[in-house]
Design a protein around this ligand. Structure first.
Ligand code: BES
Ligand code: ZN
Length: 600
């Protein structure tokens, strides 16, 4: 272990973990679990190689809802004492295990609870194939502790091996080296050789097949989905090439995707070697693949150089959005990246509006003590973070900034970092006492102040200028069918729909729908944006499609604005509650936690 790692483990206090890594820290995990679909339970052992740094007599792990059966020490499997502390909201309970100064191995025998928040157990009806059940995990931010007793802090890294037993008809995959087909035993083994933080622990079990894309890339999906996925993501190899060209060698050997059933609560999750992705990006025209660029970019920003605490979340997401747009620019040109930037800016404006632009939560460096780290998951980290980096790029020029970022990723590879460390590095390697440059970069304005700095320049897009022209002419009375919308991508359509006025007549709604078939669009982004207008204008033609969407799709980013728009009127709220009652069993805990609160 390097001295930097020791220093970071000691300095960055993670208020969302009970672990005391400066005293005793886990280095390697051997996970051995049985997946029981009938009981919705994982059962087995988590065996850790540990380092007792101070000769302490306890090591502390995070748990939430786990049943701890027994704990053993060493290869001799000697039973040892343990205690579970009081339950804390969001955080769960600390598991303190009695150890000796020379203890090297701690084995915890445990069972998960059927309502473990990280796990979603799907019945066959909720899958594409409708024949077999399905399981997937979502560990970020602090849900790993609901399926593994673990030191659940992004400041701590472990390597892992796993053996997972599943029903014979199913395949298991993890954020590790993966099998490419089922075997007769139903037992699968995994290895993650590079040290990773706990939030990147991931497992999925289902009727999965594998399809190669390039030599280093491929896709796992249900048989019913693999064809569509292979078409949609055919360019993932190109993205890997572009990413390596920008910020250096990909350090995780393979890069594969796992396409999940539609209840997956996020767009994507950057589980190392195996990004988990929502099927709602299967638009049939490869128009929503910036999400893959995003998750791939996390292989550097996040997985390689990791936010040390959830207060530094912008170091993961802001860097990744910046990097994602650079990949897209590399492959599809500046005009394309500009569209993403403008949409991101619109999202950021909405977030600033919702939070209030003086809110402390609009600073890049957050203070989430006593709160669920999920509250930091806003476009501040993503978009304000990315615009901050664009601002630095503008101040020093692209060449110098890229050199700096390469240096940053290499210097902190396989380590956790935090806002202060990044800013120190920025001072030392880029600003170097240049006061004029420091003023332009304006660390204080971006990182520690709410809202946006006064000199922020609003991004523009040439392709969107054309959309705005079309919109103006529609507003001036040109029928929708006569607008020039040829070759518009998802992004142009999204921009157009977002521009539509809040109040529209039934005729206007019908005119648009007839010309562009929004209500029956196969594009999830278009649908989700259109339904907002349908709700606001009581356009009941879209009701059936909306209900269908809400019961099928579990992606929180889509669900929240739609339910929110519905809940804005008493009648709409009734409708929302009726749909939610039916749809809720299809959603992952990540989404129901948010929606329960919103709709109560
Ligand atoms: N790592 C995030 C998802 C996440 C963040 C899960 C925090 C839990 C807690 C992932 O990389 C992500 O940002 N996904 C986005 C898509 C992206 C293109 C902005 C999403 O799911 O919407
Ligand atoms: Zn991300």
């Amino acid at each position: 272990m390097t001295t930097e790692q020791t220093a970071s483990e000691q300095s960055a206090k993670d208020v969302h973990s009970f672990a005391k890594p400066a005293e005793a820290v886990a280095k390697h995990l051997d996970l051995n679990i049985d997946v029981n679909f009938e009981q919705k339970v994982l059962h087995g052992t988590a065996s850790y190689l540990i380092e007792n740094k101070t000769g302490t007599d306890e090591i502390v792990f995070d748990t939430r809802g786990l049943e701890i059966e027994k704990v053993y020490l060493g290869d001799a499997q000697e039973e040892t004492g343990f205690a579970l502390g009081d339950e804390k909201e969001f955080l769960g309970r600390p598991l303190s295990v009695k150890i000796k100064p020379d203890t090297k191995k701690v084995t915890i025998q445990y069972k998960t609870s059927p309502d473990a928040a990280a796990l979603q157990w799907l019945n066959p009806q909720q899958t594409a194939g409708k024949k077999y059940p399905f399981l997937f995990t979502q560990s970020q931010a602090i849900l790993a502790r609901t399926w593994i007793p673990i030191q659940d802090s992004p400041g701590i890294r472990i390597t892992y091996n796993a053996e997972v037993k599943v029903p014979k008809e199913l395949l298991a995959v993890m954020s590790a080296s993966n099998p490419v087909e089922k075997n007769a035993s139903g037992v699968y083994t995994f290895e993650m050789k590079q040290p990773i933080p706990s939030y990147l622990m991931a497992l999925s079990v289902g009727d999965l097949v594998f399809r190669e894309v390039g030599t280093q890339t491929g896709i796992y999906a249900e048989p019913a989905t693999i064809e569509a996925a292979a078409y949609e993501f055919a360019e993932m190899d190109k993205m890997l090439v572009a990413a390596e060209k920008l910020y250096g060698k990909y350090r995780w050997d393979r890069y594969d995707l796992l396409v999940l059933p539609p209840s997956f609560p996020f767009g994507g999750m950057e589980n190392p070697r195996l990004t988990f992705v929502t099927p709602t990006v299967l638009a049939k025209d490869r128009s929503l693949t910036s999400l893959i660029a995003h998750e791939l970019a996390h292989s550097w920003s996040g997985n390689l150089v990791t936010n040390g605490t959830w207060n530094d979340f912008w170091l993961n997401e802001g860097f990744t959005v910046y990097f994602e747009r650079r990949i897209m620019e590399e492959i599809y040109g500046k005009d394309y990246a500009d569209m993403l930037n403008v949409l991101g800016y619109q999202d950021l404006m909405n977030t600033l509006n919702d939070l209030g632009k003086d809110s402390q939560d609009t600073r890049l460096k957050l203070d989430l003590e006593g709160r669920d780290p999920d509250e930091g998951l806003t476009d501040i980290a993503y978009e304000k973070g990315s615009f901050f980096l664009q601002n630095i790029e503008k101040a020093v020029g692209r060449e110098r900034f890229d050199e700096f970022l390469n240096n940053y990723f290499n210097t902190f590879a396989f380590q956790s970092t935090n806002t202060d460390k990044f800013l120190d590095f920025l001072q030392k390697e880029l600003i170097k006492g240049d006061e004029e440059l420091a003023k332009k970069i304006n660390v204080d304005g971006w990182v520690y102040s709410p809202g946006l700095p006064a000199d922020f320049k609003v991004p523009t897009s040439a392709r969107f200028a054309k959309v705005e022209e079309a919109f103006q002419s529609w507003k001036n009375g040109t029928p929708a069918a006569q607008l020039s919308t040829k070759d518009w991508s998802s992004h142009e359509w999204l921009h157009f729909i977002r521009m539509l006025p809040e109040q529209m007549s039934q005729e206007q709604m019908a005119d648009l729908d007839k010309a562009f078939n929004f209500t029956n669009s196969g594009n999830s982004e278009v649908l989700a944006a259109w339904f907002i207008h349908a709700i606001q204008n009581n356009y009941t033609t879209a009701d059936e499609a909306m209900e269908q969407f809400l019961t099928n799709v579990g992606r929180r980013k889509f669900l929240v604005p739609i339910y929110k728009a519905l809940a804005a009127t008493p009648e709409g709220k009734k409708k929302a509650l009726a749909i939610y009652a039916k749809a809720r069993p299809n959603y992952h805990a990540v989404s129901t936690v948010t929606l329960d609160e919103m709709l109560k």
